[in-house]
Design a protein around this ligand. Structure first.
Ligand SMILES: Nc1c(NC[C@H](O)[C@H](O)[C@H](O)CO)[nH]c(=O)[nH]c1=O
Ligand SMILES: CC(=O)[C@@H](O)COP(=O)(O)O
Length: 154
């Protein structure tokens, strides 16, 4: 039988930083609600969750990097919503947000999670912010709890 490592879903005693972009706040606010609900329901104290708001998804990596540098969190969650418009701007904003979070995640000593919606339509974003396709904030928080507990075993 192989020896398998995986993190459990108990968040008791964990501290989390959340960076969220204000652009499309009608969506990103729901992502934060979902993430905080998930963390608290899995044992994280409300007072152990800090939320930092940045203007848009392009600024998420900057905010996340500052949160990691505080050295006070077990993980940092990055939440946002990039919704395609009429120009190629979507590709650049979404691309830089994911590249920046990905690079930070590989250099940081703690898990940095990517919960940025990148959708073609507003409807797709709404569906993934607590409607019929779940809540990307909740999903990101679940992954964060698991990764924190996995890191503690490695
Ligand atoms: N169009 C969206 C943006 N655009 C703004 C950028 O993220 C950035 O704030 C600006 O370019 C200044 O650097 N941001 C989103 O989060 N979502 C969008 O759909
Ligand atoms: C993702 C975006 O930057 C987008 O909302 C901007 O819309 P547009 O491409 O119509 O300027």
């Amino acid at each position: 039988m192989p020896h398998v490592l995986e993190g459990d879903l108990n968040g008791a005693g964990h501290k989390y930083g959340i960076v969220v972009s204000r652009f499309n706040d009608f969506i990103t606010g729901r992502l934060v609600d979902g993430a905080v609900d998930c963390l608290v329901r899995h044992g994280v104290q409300d007072g152990d969750i800090d939320v930092v708001r940045v203007p848009g998804a392009f600024e998420i990596p900057m905010g996340a990097r500052k949160l990691v540098a505080r050295n006070k969190y077990d993980a940092v969650l990055c939440l946002g919503a990039v919704i395609r418009g009429g120009t190629p701007h979507f590709e650049f904003v979404a691309g830089e947000a994911s590249k920046g979070v990905g690079a930070l995640a590989l250099e940081a000593a703690i898990p940095v999670l990517f919960g940025v919606l990148t959708t073609n339509t507003i409807e797709q974003a709404v569906e993934r912010a607590g409607v019929k396709s779940g809540n990307k904030g909740w999903e990101t928080a679940m992954a964060a709890i698991e990764m924190v507990n996995l890191y503690r075993q490695m």
